[in-house]
Design a binder for this molecule. Structure first.
Ligand code: APR
Length: 231
């Protein structure tokens, strides 16, 4: 089976009702990144940050995968599909994708501020964390999210996966945020690259096949192009 590696961003979940970051009216129009998505912001006003992610988590629990997510999951019948996502929602998993690597963390998880390995999974009945909620180590819990200025622990694994791609697909990311945006440079020479996005996305890589559509329509077109070639 051929290996398809799919790098996804916020646009993947837009049709599921989840806001993107940099489109007009997106999250970074409504919030100051430094306030809610940096370690400094969390030190300054932890309540604001917890509240921001509580809202995101509730939104994600209530959201359903769209035809883009389910289309990618269905491709597992014919391809070895690896999803590498910058998204912190769990819509790829809800759609049935079995190989999902989260580069920027997961909303459904929280962790001790003192121990990155002490991780808890929240449930829909209990979706929030507050000041005073502590792990077994007695330390405050924080979102299991990679904030700006923090290392991206999964990036090396992601680079290795991208190197194995027979086909690379990029969906719904403005390719503004590194190191995720740099993953495109790790494909083997000659690997076909498809980029699905309704807007123009700039990349320094040559030969990208642009599919100027939303995620649902774009994945449908991708499946028509790559077919079900198992060789
Ligand atoms: N289908 C596909 N793509 C879409 C759709 C849609 N229906 N709607 C919008 N898009 C595209 C936009 O055109 C844009 O190119 O999704 C992209 C979203 O870009 P960003 O908002 O910048 O999101 P992303 O690239 O995922 O951001 C990367 O930045 O702040 C952070 O940590 C956060 O993981 C995030 C990272």
């Amino acid at each position: 089976m051929k290996t398809i590696v799919v790098l996804t961003g916020a646009g993947m979940s837009a049709e599921s009702g989840i806001s993107t970051f940099r489109d007009s009216g997106g999250l970074w129009d409504q919030y100051n990144v430094e306030d809610v998505a940096t370690p400094e912001g969390f030190r300054k006003n932890p309540e604001l940050v917890l509240d921001f992610y509580n809202k995101r988590r509730r939104e994600s629990f209530g959201a359903k995968p769209n035809l883009g997510h389910t289309g990618l999951a269905a491709m597992e019948t014919d391809f070895n599909v690896h999803v590498i996502t910058q998204n912190v929602d769990n819509l790829h998993e809800k759609a049935g994708s079995t190989n999902v690597l989260h580069l920027h963390g997961e909303l459904v998880k929280v962790r001790s501020v003192n121990n990155p390995d002490l991780i808890y999974t929240l449930t829909e009945d209990n979706p929030d964390i507050h000041i005073g909620d502590k792990g077994e180590d007695g330390a405050q819990l924080r979102p299991h999210i990679v904030w700006f200025g923090e290392a991206v622990p999964a990036i090396e694994e992601a680079m290795n996966i991208v190197q194995k791609a027979d086909i690379l697909v990029i969906i719904g990311t403005s390719l503004n945020v590194y190191p995720a945006a740099g993953l495109i440079n790790y494909v083997k020479e000659g690997t076909p690259i498809y980029l699905i996005d309704p807007q123009e996305v700039r990349t320094n890589v040559q030969g990208v096949h642009f599919i100027r559509k939303g995620a649902s329509e774009g994945v449908k077109e991708l499946r028509q192009i790559v077919g079900n070639s198992r060789e």
